[in-house]
Write a protein that binds this ligand. Structure first.
Ligand SMILES: NC(=O)c1ccc[n+]([C@@H]2O[C@H](COP(=O)([O-])OP(=O)(O)OC[C@H]3O[C@@H](n4cnc5c(N)ncnc54)[C@H](OP(=O)(O)O)[C@@H]3O)[C@@H](O)[C@H]2O)c1
Length: 404
């Protein structure tokens, strides 16, 4: 921040009165201010992460913290609009794409994310969001235990079934948080999740993250370093914890309670630990994925593709914090204009072209429809290359990448 302020000072003092261009100074000021904000924001995220980590180390559930934060953020903001009583299911999108999983299931490549925005926490909005999505032809829902929205999602699934959306067409993913890692704890958590969702089975369950979230974990993640040596959770040893969780999920898979098992935010060596057990194959890895991922994250994606582990992307649109900037980049807008599509559709289609499934989060029925309408869009090689090249845009620095 200091460097940025110094930069600003030199910009102003070095401008000669003759060549003084107010607009240019204003532009540079806003760029510098944005740099300061990003720096402050990153520091703020570290502080919040450490506080949340401290809270979590006290054995209090992290879900209510999430819910409280987003409820406060959402105060005064509109809820998802009500679904008309007479709305019936629309046909599924044409040219729909799927990713094959080890169980033989076909995961629709385009889903709905249910985290990280106010409409994913207010129960009425959650119910309406999921119902809108299913009635508009979507069939893949992504949630997690810590999002705390299982109950309204379950209600929306039942209502959609009543209106003619067969359960077997819907692909439902949820996640076990590390607080529930361990063999018995996982069995107990999945039993509870089935009841909350009011389902007999869940298509995919992921280990949400490799290890419990403590202040030290938060600090390590901020530095993009990672070790399992410190801050073991209740299983005493993080590796044993993950392995016991995997054992429980493998048994649940064998008995048909879950269709497939997968991971999220894992490093390669953490996936290899699970693979060495020769239990259930890792079906899916859910990870932050968009044009701005760093090379070490791309290596994880490449490992998964080489091992037939399907990738599901989160933050495809940049996430709630960065999406406005991501969607207004000139290169993205130019491609969108060429096809009379939106920037969101271009970024989603780019991910599909990389053989990655997407789960854009939205509580807005119009955005859902738009997001589902990318199966029939295709990008040529040059356009894909121009989106790959966005890596070098300054926006890349605004993303947080955590090595769990
Ligand atoms: N495994 C993990 O650790 C992890 C971490 C984070 C997220 N996730 C999952 O990934 C999902 C996706 O991430 P995310 O929801 O945070 O980020 P995202 O999908 O990149 O962006 C969501 C934001 O984009 C907006 N949006 C969606 N469609 C749009 C459209 N067509 N036009 C304009 N704006 C649009 C949404 O606002 P509106 O509501 O106004 O449309 C929302 O603010 C989550 O919901 C969650 O299920 C997983």
């Amino acid at each position: 921040m200091l460097i940025a302020l110094q930069g600003l000072a030199s910009e102003v003092t070095c401008s000669s009165p003759v060549g003084f261009d107010r607009l240019e100074v204003l532009r540079r000021f806003s760029v510098t201010a944005m740099g300061c904000l990003t720096g402050c924001c990153k520091f703020l995220v570290l502080i919040v992460a450490v506080i949340v980590g401290y809270w979590n180390s006290m054995e209090r559930p992290i879900g209510p913290v999430f819910a409280a934060v987003f409820t406060v953020v959402g105060m005064g903001k509109p809820k998802t609009e009500a679904v008309p009583d007479d709305l019936t299911p629309a046909p599924r999108p044409s040219k729909e794409l799927f990713l094959g999983l080890p169980s033989g299931a076909k995961m629709p490549a385009n889903g709905l994310g249910m985290c990280c925005r106010p409409t994913a926490y207010d129960p009425e909005s959650v119910y309406r969001t999921v119902l809108w999505y299913l009635l508009q032809g979507g069939r893949h829902i992504d949630t997690a235990d810590i999002y705390g929205n299982h109950v309204p999602i379950g209600k929306a699934l039942k209502e959609a079934q009543k209106r003619g959306v067969p359960r077997k067409e819907v692909f439902l993913t949820t996640k076990v948080f590390p607080d529930d890692f361990g063999y018995d704890a996982t069995l107990h958590a999945v039993d509870r999740m089935l009841k909350e969702l009011d389902q007999e089975y869940i298509d995919l369950i992921l280990l949400h993250a490799p290890r419990k979230f403590h202040p030290w974990t938060a600090y390590q993640m901020y530095l993009n370093s990672s070790t399992d040596e410190f801050w073991s959770n209740d299983c005493r040893n993080q590796v044993a914890c993950r392995k016991n969780t995997w054992k429980a999920l493998s048994e649940l898979r064998a008995s048909g309670v879950i269709g497939d098992a997968g991971v999220s935010n894992f490093r390669v060596e953490q996936m290899q630990e699970l693979q060495s057990l020769n239990l259930a194959p890792i079906a899916v890895h859910q990870i932050q994925y968009h044009p701005w991922i760093p090379p070490w994250q791309q290596e994880i994606v490449d490992f998964c593709h080489a091992h037939k582990i399907a990738i599901t992307a989160y933050f495809s649109l940049g996430g709630i914090q960065t999406k406005d900037r991501a969607l207004s980049l000139d290169d993205v807008k130019a491609i969108a204009k060429k096809y009379s599509r939106s920037s969101s559709q271009v970024l989603l289609r780019w991910a599909l072209e990389k053989n990655v499934s997407v789960i854009p989060g939205t509580g807005n029925p119009h955005h859902m429809k738009e997001n589902l309408g990318v199966y029939d869009l295709s990008l040529n090689e040059q356009e894909i290359a121009s989106i790959n090249a966005l890596k070098s845009e300054p926006i890349a620095d605004d993303f947080f990448f955590f090595k769990w």
